[in-house]
Design a protein around this ligand. Structure first.
Ligand code: CA
Length: 236
């Protein structure tokens, strides 16, 4: 039973790893810590585990390659620890099969909340792939946008959204034309809902609008001044 609650940490910085181990074990998880990609891979090939926290920069390789290798035999939830923005871009691209990422420096409490969420709802990305949003959930729209593989497509063309952009747009569409606050959108996109970062949502919305611009759309994302955003039919 305890195997099911093993959180594997592959991270070469001992201060970070020890911090995580402390917080996870205080909460009742068992942890296995490895400092190299090779050791971590060997362990995961031979032992069951509930979740993997994976650093990008490792002494014997990088976390992206390791993630791809792990995905060949396991659907274990993987949360990346990233340090630089170019790493984040690759993680949110999701081509490597990660479930989430946390940027350094991070609060161990936030990390704990993330791992709990991922262990509970195992591999949400795979679920999205198998169950695209049904039309029933978006009753009043023309369905310009159809969810597919963690992105939206219009006709046969993919919009090319990042994971965060997809989560934001998906949330807006799922509540029809109800207004969502920046905070609500940040939570739905698994972003830390701190007021200091609320304007990040504006940047993501801008990017989504830009990507949707090239399509013939009867719907759009509208701004509710001083509050947030909603998804609506264009002429409203
Ligand atoms: Ca490192």
């Amino acid at each position: 039973m305890s195997d099911q609650l093993t959180v594997v940490i592959i991270e070469d910085e001992s201060a970070i790893a020890e911090n995580l181990i402390h917080v996870f074990e205080m909460d009742g998880y068992h942890t296995s810590w490895f400092t190299t990609a090779g050791e971590g891979l060997t362990f995961l090939q031979q032992n069951p585990a509930a979740l993997l926290v994976l650093d990008v920069g490792l002494p014997d390789g990088n976390g992206f390659e390791l993630c791809k290798t792990i995905r060949e035999f396991s659907d274990i939830p993987i949360i990346f620890l990233t340090a630089r923005s170019d790493e984040i871009d690759r993680v949110v691209g999701l081509e490597i099969g990660a479930d989430d990422y946390v940027t350094k420096p991070f609060s161990p409490r936030e990390m704990l909340a993330r791992i709990k969420l991922r262990i509970k709802s195992k591999a949400p990305i795979v679920e999205h792939k198998l169950e695209p949003k049904s039309a029933i959930e978006q009753p009043q729209f023309n369905h310009d946008l159809v969810a597919q593989n963690f992105d939206y497509c219009v006709g046969r063309q993919m919009v090319g959204l990042t994971a965060v952009e997809f989560k934001i747009l998906d949330k807006l569409i799922s509540v029809s034309s109800n207004v969502l606050s920046r905070e609500q959108l940040m939570i739905s996109a698994d972003m830390s809902p701190e007021a200091a970062y609320e304007r990040n949502i504006d940047t993501h919305i801008k990017a989504i609008r830009h990507k949707l611009k090239s399509f013939e759309m009867s719907e759009r994302i509208c701004t509710k001044r001083g509050f947030g955003y909603f998804y609506s039919i264009k002429d409203e």
